[in-house]
Structure formats: structure tokens, C-alpha cells
Design a binder for this molecule. Structure first.
Ligand code: IPE
Ligand code: IPE
Ligand code: MG
Length: 248
């Protein structure tokens, strides 16, 4: 066992970890490979981190796999990513079952190619009894779009007389997001030395601890995850209070 892993306090594991898996393209470029090979190695990194997360008893892992804005990449890259999604879903079912991981997806899923939607539905259905960890893929996901969709759905409920304006609160709002039923992330990790959120979980990360690392996603290993969690465990989450109030 690694020393970093031994230092992790089992009773203070973040319940929900969110990751912006960035840097596949730069990793490939550095090695002289095509960008698509970077994405393939990104899938390997995800398999590894999802398995390590489940072993640490993290309950929810939510990863940014494809953003609303990523549709604007060269068509060739978009096609390669969609094809990779299909092959990976097929290939990784066993990993999900072996580790009792339940698959979930958030985003504008209707905008994905039919083949992706079918494969997603199938794996989500096959893994739905798995109760050790929920792995959520954010696909064609944009947080502003999610917030707009929630707003529209709430407005519709008011219009139909099923909800009073006075009753719209944080709980109502949260229930109308794609992430309904999932607690907010405790820790958000972004790889590849970028210090931005890129339209990810804007509402949900209001009080998340943020962790940035220069490691490119394909080279993010178990040890890097342990380091992020150790760093998280050193922090004091005050939620607006003062330190002295926290232990009383
Ligand atoms: C993240 O890696 C994966 C996706 C956005 C699909 P990138 O493809 O953004 O890699 P860089 O940022 O160009 O290195
Ligand atoms: C964010 O990465 C989206 C994913 C990791 C899927 P990007 O590489 O698209 O982010 P920006 O555009 O550089 O901020
Ligand atoms: Mg990027």
C-alpha cells in the first residue's frame, strides 16, 4: 500500500467528487500522437480513477466527458469522441459490474448520436442495481443550459398551477436540475493546469473545494487522486461560519 493512501482518513472521504478531465489533446501532442489517441488514453485514466474511487468508498463520481461547447471542435474529433464513447461503454460494462458501479449520464443527451444514446441506456439499465458508487458522465453537458432547462420546467409547473411562486426554493430548484437526487460535489478536481470551470456544475459547486493540478488527464494516476483527497482533508469547510463554531 502506498504511504499517501495510508494517510487518508477513512471517515472523511468526500462523498461526491467531480472531475474536469482535461488535457488529453496536449498529452497526445507531447508524445507526438494524434489527439484521438489522447482521448483513448483518457478512457484508461477514467477506468483507473473510477475503480480507485470506488475502492476508497467515494459514493458519487461525476466526470466531464463532453461539453456543450465541445460540439464546436473539428467534426473529425467530435466523431472520434462519439465513436470512442460507444466502444468504451461496450468494453467497460465488465469493470462497472465487477466494482458494483452504477452508470448515470447528465446533459443534453438527446443531442448525442442515436448509437450513443442506445449504448448509454443499455449500460445504465444493466448497472442500475449496482450500489457501491454512482459514476455520472456529463455528456453534451453545459451548466447554463441545465439551469435554463430547470427554470423552464419550474415555470411550466407554475403555469399549470402545480407550484406556487412562493414555494420555489433551493430544494425545488435542485430537484429540477439534471443532478436531482445527487448531493453537491464536496471536491472538484481539474487537471491540465487550467484554472477555470468551463460551464461545469455551476449551481452544484457553490461550496465545493476546488483542486487544480498540472497533471494532464491521461497521466492522472491513483497517487494523484490520493493527493487530491489528502489536500481536501486538510481544509476546513466553514460554510460561512467561523472556525470556533465548527466543533461545537
Ligand atoms: C479533455 O481533453 C477531453 C475533452 C474535452 C473531450 P482536451 O481534448 O480538452 O485536451 P486539451 O485541453 O486540448 O489538451
Ligand atoms: C472542458 O474541457 C470539458 C471537458 C473536460 C469535457 P475543455 O478543454 O473543453 O475546456 P476549455 O474550453 O479549454 O475551457
Ligand atoms: Mg481541454
Amino acid at each position: 500500500m502506498s504511504s499517501r493512501k495510508e494517510q487518508i482518513q477513512a471517515d472523511r472521504i468526500p462523498k461526491h467528487v467531480a472531475i474536469i478531465m482535461d488535457g488529453n489533446g496536449r498529452w497526445a501532442k507531447k508524445k507526438g500522437y494524434l489527439r484521438s489517441l489522447g482521448h483513448e488514453n483518457g478512457v484508461d485514466a477514467l477506468r483507473n480513477i473510477a475503480t480507485a474511487s470506488a475502492k476508497l468508498n467515494i459514493e458519487y463520481l461525476t466526470v466531464y466527458a463532453f461539453s456543450s461547447e465541445n460540439w464546436n471542435r473539428p467534426q473529425r474529433e467530435v466523431n472520434a469522441l462519439m465513436a470512442l464513447l460507444v466502444t468504451s461503454l461496450k468494453k467497460e460494462l465488465k469493470t462497472l459490474m465487477d466494482n458494483k458501479i452504477r452508470l448515470n449520464a447528465i446533459g443534453n443527451l438527446a443531442s448525442l448520436p442515436d448509437k450513443c444514446q442506445q449504448e448509454l441506456d443499455e449500460v445504465i439499465l444493466k448497472t442500475r442495481e449496482n450500489d457501491h458508487m454512482m459514476l455520472t458522465l456529463a455528456l453534451s453537458y453545459g451548466s447554463k443550459e441545465e439551469i435554463l432547462e430547470a427554470t423552464k420546467s419550474i415555470a411550466q409547473q407554475v403555469k399549470e398551477g402545480n407550484l406556487a411562486v412562493e414555494d420555489i426554493d433551493e430544494v425545488t430548484f435542485t430537484q429540477n436540475l439534471y443532478t436531482s437526487g445527487i448531493p453537491d460535489p464536496d471536491l472538484l478536481i481539474r487537471t491540465s493546469n487550467e484554472y477555470r470551470i468551463s460551464n461545469y456544475l455551476l449551481w452544484q459547486i457553490a461550496y465545493s473545494e476546488l483542486y487544480f493540478t498540472p497533471k494532464l488527464w491521461p497521466e492522472f494516476k491513483d497517487e494523484d487522486l490520493y493527493e487530491a483527497i489528502l489536500n481536501y482533508q486538510k481544509r476546513e469547510r466553514r460554510f460561512g461560519k467561523i472556525s470556533e463554531q465548527l466543533n461545537s
